[in-house]
Write a protein that binds this ligand. Structure first.
Ligand SMILES: Cc1cc2nc3c(=O)[nH]c(=O)nc-3n(C[C@H](O)[C@H](O)[C@H](O)COP(=O)(O)O)c2cc1C
Length: 167
């Protein structure tokens, strides 16, 4: 296989940008910017997320058995960069961002336009990222949307010419 072709062709896949959050109820709260996300079934409503196995988020999501996907808005590039690093909770904020606890206990970022909460139904343990399958059990709108919902999401291509995750 041609390594350059593999990299470039895989980078043709378009991605939205999300903040994956979870709280394991034992003092571990995580938040990580992720892009390897898609819906994978209508009934039940399933989403899948590729999560790095050596990350704090992987450990916390696995222990919690639940997670939230906070959708970042078109204008929230700086929020994406905030959660490329491990998150901390100080003064009731998550890396400086206001949040509330969702039904699953996972942090819901108040400034994100919307979020879904999921219970983990299985984890496909292959490769350096495992595929976490989640059933959507709650959905939140933090502010009204106008136009197509998928026009409101921050995308990988909005992060700059040299930012990629994939390839
Ligand atoms: C552009 C970009 C996209 C990312 N997408 C993912 C992803 O889809 N899955 C993932 O596990 N990590 C992804 N990461 C890495 C996480 O953001 C990073 O590992 C995490 O925030 C580290 O914190 P943690 O150790 O608390 O999880 C991405 C990083 C960048 C720069």
């Amino acid at each position: 296989m041609n390594a350059d072709a593999k990299k470039s062709v895989l980078r043709m896949i378009p991605y939205g940008i999300y903040v994956l959050t979870a709280d394991d109820g034992r003092g571990n709260i995580c938040a990580a910017t992720v892009n390897w996300v898609t819906q994978s079934a209508f009934a039940p409503p399933l989403v899948v997320v590729g999560v790095k196995t050596d990350s704090g988020s992987y450990k916390t999501v696995k222990a919690a058995g639940k997670f939230a996907l906070n959708m970042l808005g078109k204008d929230q590039k700086s929020l994406a960069f905030t959660f490329f690093r491990p998150a901390d909770v100080t003064d009731g904020k998550l890396s400086g961002q206001p949040y509330r606890k969702g039904a699953t206990g996972a942090p819901i970022l108040i400034d994100a336009p919307g979020a879904v909460e999921c219970k983990v139904t299985s984890i496909v343990e292959q490769g350096d990222h495992h595929v976490v399958v989640g059933e959507v059990i709650e959905a939140h709108f933090n502010r009204p949307l106008t136009g197509r919902p998928d026009a409101a999401i921050l995308e990988m291509k909005d992060l700059g010419d040299n930012v990629f995750y994939g390839g």
